[in-house]
Design a protein around this ligand. Structure first.
Ligand SMILES: NC(=O)c1ccc[n+]([C@@H]2O[C@H](COP(=O)([O-])OP(=O)(O)OC[C@H]3O[C@@H](n4cnc5c(N)ncnc54)[C@H](OP(=O)(O)O)[C@@H]3O)[C@@H](O)[C@H]2O)c1
Length: 269
């Protein structure tokens, strides 16, 4: 039995992966920002699997302090984490600027997974996996957008920048930890019918099961062995290249230094 922490597991593909992994006998640590949704997700899993081992952790990922507090709670209550799925994500947000003055997409999709992972590194064994949910949508990072100096007019561009930054970080973490843990970035598949897509884009969307299956494989499947640092493109159904900027060491250096500067300013580096 592995212990698997899944952020954003109150809905969408994160909840689906939680159900599947609990069904396979793993201990699942659910995360969400709403106590009610967390309790509902837990109740749904336990109704189908009365013996499931489930814990819940609440943190609004727009708040770096809440991310740190959650990491501490997870660390104090679990001896080790075998897989961390950095899955929570947001496209549309109103207001678009979070409490720290940063764009909410950067706070939730980029900064929070980095902070959470950093604070759990002591609990991640060399065999552990850190799977970060990226996207086919990746766009070059504008420094003033990342730092919050300039607002980002377009929600999808903000989202795409934040996902490229997450992908860059995942690759760099893999390079910095050749002995493990392993780091992967995964595009779960485009336009999957979760609320992000059905509500956010007003379309029917594709079978979210595709995203659930690849997250589940990312957590425990053999297909991910030997692929630390790689990007899985579930639109193609295979490993593939991320955005070209993620393959440039110089561009990664610049973006990761900017992120580090912001985390220092926020007091969570
Ligand atoms: N659906 C797609 O086609 C698609 C394509 C590419 C990538 N992705 C990525 O896949 C991941 C999962 O998305 P999904 O499609 O399953 O969307 P979803 O149904 O909207 O689920 C997103 C999850 O993230 C949580 N979340 C959002 N903002 C949060 C915050 N500030 N603090 C804490 N939790 C927060 C949500 O909590 P609430 O339940 O409270 O909202 C929910 O549990 C995301 O990273 C997304 O970017 C999705």
């Amino acid at each position: 039995m592995k212990t698997i922490l899944i952020t954003g597991s109150t809905d969408g593909i994160g909840l689906g992966a939680a159900q599947t992994l609990a069904g396979e006998g793993h201990r699942v640590l659910l995360h969400g920002r709403s106590v009610d949704k967390l309790e509902a997700a837990k109740a749904q899993i336990v109704a189908a699997l009365p013996d499931a081992s489930i814990a819940t952790y609440r943190a609004d990922l727009v708040s770096p302090e809440e991310v740190v507090a959650m990491a501490k709670a997870v660390a104090s209550e679990n001896e080790r984490i075998d897989a961390l799925l950095n899955n929570a994500g947001v496209v549309h947000a109103q207001p678009a600027t979070g409490p720290t003055g940063h764009d909410i997409r950067y706070l939730v999709n980029t900064f929070a997974p980095i902070i959470l992972t950093r604070h759990l590194m002591d609990h991640l064994a060399p065999e552990a996996r850190v799977v970060s949910t990226s996207s086919a949508a990746q766009a070059s990072i504008v420094p003033a957008h990342l730092t919050g100096a300039e607002p980002i007019a377009d929600a999808f561009n903000a989202y795409s920048q934040s996902k490229l930054a997450l992908t860059m970080w995942s690759r760099r973490m893999a390079a910095q930890h050749p002995q493990g843990p392993s780091f992967y970035a995964v595009n779960p598949g485009s336009m999957l019918a979760t609320k992000m897509v059905t509500q956010g884009f007003g379309i029917e969307g594709n079978d979210p099961g595709k995203g659930v299956r690849i997250l589940t494989e990312g957590a425990v499947g053999a297909r991910f062995e030997g692929h630390s640092g790689d990007y899985f493109d579930n639109d193609a159904g295979d490993w593939g290249p991320p955005h070209a900027d993620a393959l440039s060491e110089a561009k990664c250096d610049a973006v990761l230094a900017l992120i580090e500067g912001e985390l220092e300013k926020l007091g969570v580096a």
